[in-house]
Design a protein around this ligand. Structure first.
Ligand code: ADP
Ligand code: ZN
Length: 512
């Protein structure tokens, strides 16, 4: 007889009911049906296998990519009385765990993919009763995903040997390609896919061009007294930005892989306990951390992908209260990302380029940011959300195609080796030594930009870099990229979103 699921939900987890698609997913699992659950961060994925692990006879094997993540979940499961263990390189109680598994004394067993796919583990499972395979972070199985782990590919023979055991794949981050791939790789039928809505209506999204980042972050922190996370790209950057924020008097800690593990753990604990702290961290921070009252997440530079951005910014406002996500970007982020892609194996370049293009669309748009995010995850959201920067103050946009053409011509005529600063000087007719020495005051584009158009040069060069109409050379100069031609020929329009008036005023006040 099927145990009373609502009673278990209440008695073990203390929840009054299911949230969203949890009920559907748990129902499928209890019926023994293979399932791919796509649920955003914070939607409560763990419950989808933890509850069946208690309700079903036998042990639920959870495949999870990170030991730290496993141990967090293990502790949480044990805390509510679930009989849970893990088999990892840092566990000392292997023998005991194996005996408990064989003896039917375990509800949940966490294991890493490389261990799960091995013959030793398979023969162990043959001597036990297995109720469910849960494959966490299932996007790791796909080369299309942003976090491909070859070991996930080796799971299929294990799943197929225990064909009668239902399988449940879980992920927060899957675009259409990755979804298809997970279904195929893990042998889950199309009708087994359950997708939760990705919208996080309480998060307000905003995107800014970087322009004096330390001050931008200080302003953000001053306007948001609650706990916040700032993601920076490098360890050095976390330290530097944290110093800057600390000087404003804010409680600040840092988190990155270069810190002593004890310091890292202490900083994390302090952040979780705090009501006003800002954690400045690399993306090593956050996975598996349960702090529902994070009020803002800021990205100091371009994230790796839309998926990554959604997941990281999704750490804000898990309590459902208003929260903010701010992204600060610069054209050099795109240049750097493209350089990294060029060094990759050619088979991976196409996927990575698509990822960068999707980020370009997010930061450059004058339309609803939420709509762009949700469309990326296959949803059909309304055109406006009323809770992002563009919806709240629709930016003016102008046709800057002519300025873009002038800029590209100047890059071309100066020999495709100078940086944006020099190109701007040439176009505005500056009288610098460099220009005279190179004879750049004698070319046709010298001084052809004047008046208001001057203010467009920076945003135009940024837009051209984002679109791959400009590329950076090894030495940091600019050269024409693959998408320059249609713009030069007038076949493609370049529209520029102007910064909101408030920011423009602030900036000119500061300069003046
Ligand atoms: P995910 O892994 O999808 O990011 P978690 O499994 O960590 O999410 O759950 C996120 C939070 O939601 C946790 O604090 C969890 O206790 C809570 N939660 C999960 N399911 C429910 C529910 N049905 N009712 C209330 N809270 C829930
Ligand atoms: Zn919007």
């Amino acid at each position: 007889m099927r145990p009373d699921i609502p009673t278990l939900l209440h008695d073990i987890f203390g929840f009054p009911g299911f949230r969203g698609v949890q009920e559907q997913v748990v129902g499928r699992v209890m019926d023994g049906q293979a399932t791919l659950a796509i649920m955003p961060t914070g939607a409560g994925k763990s419950l989808c296998y933890q509850l069946p692990s208690v309700a079903l006879e036998g042990c639920c094997v959870v495949i999870s990519p990170l030991i730290a993540l496993m141990h967090d979940q293990l502790r949480a499961a044990q805390a509510v009385g679930i009989r849970a263990a893990s088999l990892t390189s840092v566990d000392a109680d292997w023998r005991e765990t194996q005996e408990r598994l064989r003896g039917g004394d375990l509800d949940l067993l966490y294991v890493a993919p490389e261990r799960a796919s091995g013959e030793g583990f398979r023969s162990l499972l043959r001597s036990a009763k297995i109720a469910l395979f849960a494959i966490d972070e299932a996007h790791c199985v796909s080369e299309w995903g942003h976090d491909f782990r070859p070991d996930y590919r080796l799971l299929r023979p294990l799943l197929d040997e225990f064909a009668a055991v239902p399988r449940l794949a879980l992920t927060a981050t899957a675009d259409a390609h990755t979804r298809e791939d997970i279904l195929v790789q893990l042998g889950i039928p199309r009708e087994g896919m359950v997708i939760a809505g990705f919208d996080r209506p309480n998060i307000r999204y905003a995107v800014h061009a970087r322009d004096g980042l330390p001050r931008q972050l200080a302003d953000l922190a001053a306007a948001n007294p609650g706990p916040g996370i700032v993601y920076a790209q490098t360890r050095a950057a976390t330290e530097k930005l944290a110093d800057g924020l600390a000087r404003t008097g804010r409680a600040v800690r840092v988190y990155h892989a270069g810190l002593d593990p004890q310091v890292r753990a202490a900083n994390q604990a302090a952040f979780i306990a705090s009501e006003d702290m800002v954690m400045v961290a690399t993306i090593a921070f956050g996975m598996g951390i349960d702090k529902p009252d994070v009020r803002f997440v800021a990205h100091a530079g371009l994230p790796k992908s839309i998926e990554g951005y959604y997941q990281e910014s999704g750490r804000a406002g898990r309590d459902g209260e208003p929260a903010q996500a701010h992204l600060y970007w610069g054209a050099e982020d795109f240049a750097r990302a493209r350089q990294r892609i060029a060094e990759l194996d050619p088979t991976r370049q196409q996927g990575e380029r698509a990822r960068i293009a999707a980020l370009g669309a997010l930061v450059e748009t004058g339309t609803c940011r939420r709509a762009i995010l949700l469309r990326h995850f296959g949803e059909s959201p309304p055109a406006t959300c009323g809770n992002c920067d563009n919806c709240m103050s629709p930016p003016a946009s102008i046709d800057a195609t002519q300025t873009a053409q002038k800029f590209l011509s100047a890059v071309y005529r100066t020999g495709q080796s100078f940086g944006a600063g020099h190109i701007e000087s040439v176009l505005t007719g500056a009288a610098t030594d460099k220009i005279r020495d190179r004879g750049h005051d004698r070319i046709s584009v010298y001084g052809i930009v004047e008046g208001d158009e001057t203010a467009l040069l920076r945003p135009v060069s940024r837009a051209l870099l984002v679109r791959d109409a400009l590329e950076t050379t090894e030495h940091g100069g600019l050269m024409l990229g693959p998408n320059a031609r249609p713009i030069l020929r007038g076949e493609e329009e370049v529209r520029i979103v102007l910064p909101p008036r408030r920011e423009r005023r602030k900036r000119s006040a500061r300069n003046g």
